[in-house]
Write a protein that binds this ligand. Structure first.
Ligand code: HEC
Length: 150
């Protein structure tokens, strides 16, 4: 059963990523962000520093830090909020408590869509538990595997 599900995932991954063409920010992640994340992480949202300084206020307004460009977005992959994207988007398979990250729900209206879009983020950032790690826990090898092509 496991193998069948896995083969199915691989198949749908290769279909949605159009063969072996690399997933990039401009081609894949930006349009997905526009659809699923923009309303709370757009240009009207605070910078990460501003958000961190007034977290409770922004949470009440349902605004997260802005992620409306490549440099803004990679703050949540590489630095300073290393691993935040994948910790928040994980479906629970790589989190410590087995619960999905609290942004997973925003990836789609049903689990099929959420899995497909999570697959897109995984193809962009990398795959495995290390993509959820904080900077201090990453090894040099893992750092070297970070991709996030623009
Ligand atoms: C309905 C509003 C909403 C949507 C849609 C949404 N988010 Fe969020 N997001 C928030 C809020 C509010 C926070 C801050 C509160 C928190 O930490 O949970 C947040 C926090 C985050 C964080 C943590 C940032 C940090 O530094 O603490 C990440 C990463 C994130 N969101 C990614 C995403 C991604 C990627 C999407 C699209 C797939 C998305 N979010 C969609 C409202 C939203």
């Amino acid at each position: 059963m496991k193998m069948v599900a896995f083969a199915g995932l691989l198949w749908s991954a290769s279909v949605s990523f159009a063969g072996d063409e690399a997933v990039t920010y401009r081609k894949d992640i930006a349009p997905l962000w526009e659809q699923k994340c923009k309303k709370c992480h757009g240009a009207d949202a605070p910078s990460l520093a501003e958000f961190d300084a007034n977290k409770n206020e922004y949470k009440m307004l349902n605004k997260g830090p802005r992620m409306d460009s490549y440099p803004h977005m990679v703050q949540f992959v590489g630095w300073p909020d290393t691993g935040a994207i994948m910790r928040r988007l994980d479906d629970g398979k790589n989190t410590k408590d087995g619960k999905p990250g609290n942004m997973y729900i925003n990836l789609g209206t049903n689990d099929e869509e959420r899995q497909k879009n999570l697959g897109l983020f995984k193809a962009w950032v990398g795959e495995g538990g290390w993509v959820l790690k904080k900077f201090k826990d990453l090894t040099r090898e893992e750092l070297g595997k970070m991709q996030v092509p623009e």
